[in-house]
Design a binder for this molecule. Structure first.
Ligand code: SF4
Length: 369
């Protein structure tokens, strides 16, 4: 389990190592074709900021070499904002007195139809809060079955499950799982997640092992930027990715670096990552791993997304609603966070084309399941 590996890595030593990196370390990393985590640390260090143009060019080269000039499109579907957790940064946290909504089977169907009206989406990300008695495995299985006729690729971003439950859902159409560890700092994790299932650091951290062992086709990993030192957190994620690739080599992986957005609850981020720093991390990750899918959501602004789609990003959401039933059923429900890119999918695709890229709606067929 990755918790055993993480226990051997000191947070403090890693932070110190990143900040000790020099221009010589950066140049050494840039001269290599295959990078290890130590090289990655150099590329996300402050010492690498003067090299950002070189990093951008190399990131663009590797991305076009492996992916071509394409952006894979996906869209989230929030099914429930019921949650038993107390994540201090989230508007859906249990103590918040908000209207809780969990979509009925009829509403899920209506949402799927409304999404298909928005654009020819084939990659759907189903999202729920963590409330097993309301949106548990039976509910998810039914939702996957309802969505299956409308979409060729189904992923979930829900509570971490048991291995047998992931396996069971793959039999009902599940192709991918996205899960954010939020932070790899074990002690601080407890401060952000004081109660509820999510307060169990190891259960979440080792969830990726359960996903990999169950044969889920694609795993998405990520940390929430705004909690702890992002350089250290993303380095831990790089260690985690390498571990998962070694153990679950049949699986595809994606990485996400979501920056905290305003939400009900008014949590102020502890750290801020600038656009330049997010670009640096994106380039560094592409140099570290030429094949990993790098995903940007509508949390990021249209201008920034347009710049980054040429330099390392390979998948994007568009037209997203982050409230359950937001496409047609209950658009007045509370959204999890305020999106930054509010354009329609057609507008996003027009921009992708104007930049000489192609929007890819379908990159998986259910016949492969
Ligand atoms: S981040 Fe997820 S688990 Fe935490 S309160 Fe929000 S919906 Fe619940």
């Amino acid at each position: 389990m990755f918790s055993d590996e993480l226990a051997k890595i000191s947070w403090e030593d890693t932070t110190a190592l990143i900040h000790s990196k020099s221009s010589r370390d950066v140049e050494a990393a840039l001269s290599k074709e295959i990078l290890d985590v130590d090289d990655f640390m150099a590329l996300i260090s402050p010492a690498a900021l003067p090299y950002i143009e070189v990093m951008a060019q190399k990131a663009q080269y590797y991305t076009q070499e492996r992916f071509g000039k394409v952006i894979s499109m996906y869209i989230p579907l929030y099914l429930s904002n019921a949650c038993t957790n107390f994540c201090v940064y989230c508007g859906f946290q249990y103590p918040n007195k908000i209207k809780r909504t969990t979509l009925t089977p009829e509403q899920i169907k209506a949402e799927c139809e409304a999404i298909r009206e928005l654009g020819p989406f084939e990659n759907l990300l189903i999202v729920t809060g963590e409330f097993p008695s309301v949106a548990g495995v039976d509910y998810l299985e039914n939702a996957l079955r309802i969505a299956r006729p409308y979409f060729n690729n189904l992923s979930i971003e829900v509570m971490p499950l048991k291995q047998q439950d992931y396996y069971r859902l793959t039999k009902s159409g599940l192709n991918g799982v996205v899960c954010f560890q939020e932070t790899y700092h074990k002690d601080r994790y407890k401060v952000y997640h004081p109660h509820g299932m999510k307060s169990n650091f190891e259960w979440r951290l080792n969830g990726y092992d359960r996903m990999g062992a169950s044969g889920v086709h694609k795993l998405g990993v990520g940390v929430l930027i705004g909690l702890e030192d992002w350089r250290t957190d993303i380095t831990m994620m790089a260690y985690h990715l390498r571990y998962l690739q070694k153990h679950y080599w049949r699986t595809r992986f994606s990485v996400n670096f979501p920056r905290m957005r305003p939400a009900e609850g008014h949590f102020q981020p502890n750290v801020v990552m600038t656009d330049k720093e997010l670009a640096q991390v994106t380039f560094a990750f592409r140099l570290f791993d030429h094949d990993v899918d790098i995903s940007y959501s509508t949390r990021e602004s249209p201008k920034f997304r347009a710049n980054m789609m040429k330099l390392g990003v390979t998948s994007m959401s568009a037209g997203s609603k982050t409230e359950p039933g937001g496409y047609v059923s209950t658009p007045e429900a509370l959204e999890q966070f305020v999106v930054s890119d509010e354009r329609t999918p057609a507008e996003v695709v027009a921009e992708i084309r104007s930049l000489g890229y192609e929007a890819v709606w379908k990159d998986w067929d259910k016949i492969f399941d």
